[in-house]
Design a protein around this ligand. Structure first.
Ligand SMILES: Nc1ncnc2c1ncn2[C@@H]1O[C@H](COP(=O)(O)OP(=O)(O)O)[C@@H](O)[C@H]1O
Ligand SMILES: [Mg+2]
Length: 497
């Protein structure tokens, strides 16, 4: 080990009465990729702001490049090679890429007149260094989020970064963009730059980091080599909760399938799709982007019309012409993007829960029965373990996981036959993810039919009885979850097998 670039010792920080950091430690080796993980609010960003000199710690010590500090100014941090890529990237949108990169050199350079040719060369080199191509004359506001992030990383290089800290850098990226970010991070490492990668996402921590540190409630709970960490322990460290092994076996119910697709086709998007979902069954659909799975789901929910084929509910052919029809037939749909499709963000948690069951809760004149409404709301809050003190608060004050539970509660407050979920735990914290899985299994065991569309294969394996894999618009395979593996599903989805 070539030594540490950063050592934080016993760092404490309070905001008013809130103890954000209660004496935490963090060591980052020179040139290493280190993940700092922990659930929302555990103090990750606060520590970063202390390391970059933005906040002053209430106690403790930092050692950067072998020099000790009990307090650090932002300029000292920068001169020691610390660079933070914040979520907003702090770029100037109305300037070009070149100008954004050059501004810093201009500030660093004490000479009065700026040598543009030299600047252009240095900026070009920084961009090339991380294997990235971009038009230097493009306005930054025209770039995608992923490309803005890369520009912010280039800027960090121009400052002579030795340690680049990325605070939850993948939040707004697509999967493909995450892949290229990881490539950039590996390139940086190859140049001897250490990376502190802040995340609460298990798969990212496993993929990118060599060592990890996990915080919970402003304290260290674990640190070590990532290769020695497994998913279960990670979940335990993050949440302090133990999670049982997940698996679901459907109980036997008789009668026709609750939901059936017969020969559904839509142009070239999907063809000849047939399947049945029984009472109490959890049925998984997976496939790569472009496999047709997303379009199929929209058809099931009446957002998109098929060219051919039939949907049957309880053995009867039905026409689903839109969300209203689906709801009237007892089919609920939890969309992939709860924030734009699922919730009324500025309305209260309670209102969001009962908004689609108002009929049941009001008299003929449309006036709500207050006791009945309160009872309905509180029973769902407790059934789903929604973590809120007060259901009159706006739903947007909840964490992603708790928001998703509110979406679920909304549907469950209607009497449903079937519930279709598209990516039910995307962007959800790990504890809520387990809660949602457990809840789906509980509801199914009581007789609800559930369809989960997901590319999170461990999720499908944990929740489903049967899983179908789609490829190029067709169902290419149906498997029992208990008889297959993640690797096998992945092979089928990509067409390797
Ligand atoms: N500027 C601030 N003022 C008051 N409380 C804050 C401030 N920044 C963070 N906190 C609180 O400190 C705790 C840790 O927050 P943060 O470091 O942002 O966590 P994380 O980045 O791990 O999600 C939280 O309880 C948060 O509400
Ligand atoms: Mg944070």
């Amino acid at each position: 080990m070539p030594g540490f670039i950063l050592q934080a010792r016993n760092i404490r920080k309070s905001f008013g009465g809130v103890e954000a950091l209660r004496g935490v430690n963090l060591d980052v080796g020179a040139g290493e990729i280190h993940c700092l993980a922990g659930e929302n609010g555990c103090g990750k960003s606060t520590l970063i702001k202390i390391i970059s000199g933005f906040y002053e710690a209430d106690g403790g010590e930092l050692e950067l490049n072998g020099r000790r500090f009990s307090r650090l100014t932002p300029l000292e941090a920068i001169s020691l090679g610390v660079q933070v890529i914040y979520q907003d990237f702090s770029l100037f949108p109305n300037l070009t890429v070149m100008e954004n990169l050059a501004i810093n050199m201009e500030l660093m350079d004490k000479r009065r007149f700026v040598n543009y040719a030299r600047m252009r060369r240095a900026a070009g080199e920084a961009v090339a260094k991380i294997g990235f191509s971009v038009d230097m004359n493009e306005l930054v506001e025209n770039l995608s989020i992923a490309r803005k992030q890369i520009i912010a990383i280039c800027r960090a290089l121009l400052y002579g970064a030795r340690l680049i800290i990325m605070d939850e850098p993948t939040t707004a990226l697509t999967k493909k963009e995450v892949r290229s970010l990881f490539q950039v991070i590996k390139n940086l490492q190859a140049q001897g730059i250490a990376i502190l990668f802040v995340s609460h996402k298990l798969d990212e921590v496993f993929e990118i980091s060599e060592r990890f540190t996990i915080f919970r409630n402003g304290q260290n709970v674990a640190a070590g080599n990532t290769s020695e960490l497994d998913a279960k322990r990670f979940a335990f460290y993050m949440t302090g909760r133990e999670f049982a092994d997940e698996a679901y076996a459907a109980p036997e119910f008789s009668g026709p399938p609750v939901l059936e697709a017969r020969g559904l086709s839509s142009g070239n998007v999907y063809r000849d799709i047939s399947f049945t979902v029984s009472r109490g069954e959890i049925f998984g659909i997976t496939g790569l982007l472009g496999s047709g799975r997303g379009e199929l789901v929209r058809t099931l929910f009446g957002v998109q019309r098929p060219d051919a084929g039939t949907i049957l509910i309880n053995g009867e052919p039905v026409k689903i012409r839109g969300v209203k029809d689906a709801i009237a037939l007892g089919v609920g749909y939890v969309p992939a993007d709860r924030l734009t499709e699922g919730l009324f963000l500025s309305q209260s948690i309670g209102r969001n829960i009962v908004v689609s069951s108002l009929k049941k809760l009001s008299n003929a004149a449309g006036i709500l029965f207050p006791d009945k409404t309160r009872e309905e709301i509180t029973s769902w809050i407790s059934e789903l373990a929604i973590n809120t003190g007060d259901y009159e608060r706006q739903v947007k004050t909840l964490s992603g996981g708790n928001q998703q539970k509110v979406v679920l509660a909304r549907w469950l407050a209607n009497d449903l036959k079937a519930l279709i979920l598209n990516g039910p735990t995307v962007g959800v914290d790990i504890g809520s993810k387990y809660d949602i899985h457990a809840l789906l299994r509980k509801l199914a065991s009581r007789g609800l039919s559930v369809i989960i569309i997901s590319d999170d294969l461990p999720e499908l394996l944990a929740c489903c009885n049967r899983i179908v894999v789609m490829r190029e618009g067709r169902i290419v395979k149906e498997l029992k979850a208990s008889e297959t593996t993640e690797a096998r599903l992945g092979e089928i989805a990509t067409g390797v097998a």
